[in-house]
Ligand binder design. Structure first.
Ligand code: DAH
Length: 335
């Protein structure tokens, strides 16, 4: 018996040595440890053995089975790690390298700038609950403010997030205060498509929670951010705004870099682009996140990453960005 078991191991190893493909390995595996293999036969025969024999062979057969299995998995693993390189150096290869999508480039620039200011990058789900997308942000069910964002509701009681703001309360719950985060991500709205509206676009949520935060901190962060991204001081203006989750709320516009403020389809001939809405976080939102609004306060903003990419790269039609048209997209190559 001992000899036979030893032989089984040796034969298995030998056969595996000749396997160059996973499929061959698997065939050998089934021959040696499959249902109809010799080791299985031996295992099954245990029940007919005398107590004496069982004692003598039981554990030996079992350990051999394990050993056989280990030998096979090791061989399979080795095969996986072996990368086959077929390199024909007589052929003159022209290697085409890909390029990053303009939104990816801008997201990196913005998050790099924010990281310098102490922000951490976090993320959240694209399919979210009504609670995080609306309720936790002080937008109750049936509140007219929900109509500000035409939403894709799903059959499973969830929705495609309409903004990255849903991560605000998620992050508060997870990390508590003080907090300094940014959340780049894809968002969805049932928009009528035109040169500046798409149903899928990218935002970056920013949020700072600490003691004694003021709107000046927010303006400072915004100015620094735009300076880093555009490598110059960008003209901005502030207008009062309304968002249920900030109080006070505001809109920060920057002068349209496509037409230099003269007026074009992208800026709807106004010369300004609505770029960064934001405000001081509403106490109800802090409470929803388990943070005491009497101790902490903070600001939040929702930067339109897609819009920022259009500004920076002078793209006058948003639809190009989701088009997958490489001829156009690869123009934004950064080497
Ligand atoms: N979530 C808003 C939107 O998509 C943008 C926004 C406004 C985000 C104000 C904020 C904020 O964090 O404070 O329209």
């Amino acid at each position: 018996m001992e000899k036979e078991l030893e032989l089984l191991k040796e034969n298995l190893q030998m056969e595996l040595k000749n396997c160059t493909k996973e499929a061959d390995c698997l065939n050998v595996k089934s021959k040696y440890v499959g249902k109809k293999s010799r080791i299985m036969e031996l295992l099954a025969s245990l029940k007919d053995m005398s107590v004496e024999e069982k004692r003598q062979y039981g554990s030996l057969i079992n350990t051999t089975k394990k050993e056989l299995e280990n030998i096979v998995s090791e061989a399979l693993e080795n095969l996986e790690n072996k990368v086959e390189v077929n390199f024909d150096d007589t052929v003159d290869y022209e290697v085409e390298s890909g390029s990053l999508h303009p939104v990816t480039i801008i997201a990196k620039e913005v998050t790099d700038a924010l990281k310098k200011m102490g922000f951490t990058i976090v993320s959240g789900p694209e399919m979210d609950s009504e609670y995080y997308n609306f309720e936790a942000l002080n937008i109750p069910k049936d509140h007219p403010a929900r109509d500000m964002q035409d939403t894709y509701y799903l059959d499973n009681d969830k929705l495609l997030r309409t903004h990255t703001s849903g991560v605000q309360v998620r992050a508060m719950e997870k990390y508590g205060a003080p907090l300094r985060i940014c959340v780049p991500g894809r968002v969805f709205r049932n928009e009528d498509l035109d040169a500046s509206h798409e149903n899928t676009f990218f935002q970056l949520e920013g949020m700072v929670i600490d003691k004694n935060i003021s709107i000046e901190n927010l303006i400072g962060v915004m100015q620094e951010l735009l300076r880093e991204v555009f490598h110059k001081d960008v003209k901005v203006r502030l207008r009062p705004g309304f968002f249920p989750f900030t109080e006070p709320s505001y809109e920060l516009d920057c002068s349209c870099l496509i037409c230099d403020g003269k007026g074009c389809p992208t800026c709807k001939n106004s010369g300004w682009i609505e770029l960064v809405p934001g405000g001081m976080i509403h106490p109800n939102v802090l409470k929803a996140g388990g943070i005491d609004p009497n101790v902490y306060n903070g600001f939040a903003f929702g930067l339109g990453l897609t819009r920022l990419a259009m500004m920076k790269y002078k793209i006058n039609d948003i639809r190009v960005l989701n088009s997958g048209d490489v001829r156009y997209l690869e123009k934004f190559r950064i080497d």
